[in-house]
Write a protein that binds this ligand. Structure first.
Ligand code: GLN
Length: 204
């Protein structure tokens, strides 16, 4: 049936939550503003009701996992399973994983994606670097900042690799869930955020 009212959903999320307990959530909120989307800091489970997508920022995954109230964890898992788009960057990727190597014994991931990760996988010598990463998701090459980044050690067959760097998978997508080992929020290039905003709440 023809519609004369544009379908909001087709235009992607309009209010995007950013987990704001620790880490570089302010940079993600600024990146969303630059994409002309309203970013909403998320601290409590009830905050999640106001958004239709979620970003898990970079920072310290052990700290974020500890600061998240159990209701918020459950609510993120529930909304993600129902189709809400979620993007995790660096520590956010670790939170989204199913399995963590090098995590703390009490560090339970959210298990939003069927990936295994190893924390701080680049070692001390090269623990932070900037690289050029190429991906069809951003229509070519772009800058990527890696800071004590995780590596993807395994992924299920339906987890798609969107980018690799030096033989390592650094960007993955599974349905509406996107995880990046690097920090797009720390560069001026907004194409990873724009790509995330194209993920539709019903497309899984
Ligand atoms: N090494 C951090 C962790 O394990 C992630 C680093 C980052 O987000 N830049 O959580």
């Amino acid at each position: 049936m023809a519609r004369d009212v544009p379908n909001e959903r087709l235009r992607g999320p309009r209010r995007v939550g950013v987990l704001a307990l620790q880490g570089d959530f302010r940079e993600h909120l600024a990146a969303l503003r630059a994409c002309e989307v309203e970013g909403v800091p998320i601290r409590l489970a009830s905050d999640l009701d106001a958004v239709d997508a979620l970003v898990l920022p970079g920072g310290e995954s052990t700290t974020m996992a500890r600061l998240m109230e159990p209701e918020l964890k459950a609510s993120i898992q529930h909304r993600s399973a129902a189709g809400m788009p979620v993007m995790g960057t660096c520590a956010g990727m670790i939170l989204m994983s199913r399995d963590i190597q090098g995590g703390r014994a009490d560090q339970e991931p959210l298990k939003l994606m069927d990936i295994g990760v190893r924390r701080n996988a680049y070692g001390r010598q090269i623990d932070s670097f900037e690289a050029v990463v190429e991906s069809p998701a951003i229509g070519g090459a772009g800058p990527a900042v890696f800071i004590r980044a995780p590596q993807v050690t395994e992924r299920a067959p339906d987890v798609q690799e969107l980018a690799s760097h030096a033989g390592q998978t650094v960007a993955v997508k599974q349905g509406n869930r996107l995880a990046l080992a690097f920090h797009p929020e720390l560069t001026a290039d907004r194409r990873w955020h724009q790509y995330f905003l194209t993920l539709d709440g019903e497309d899984r």
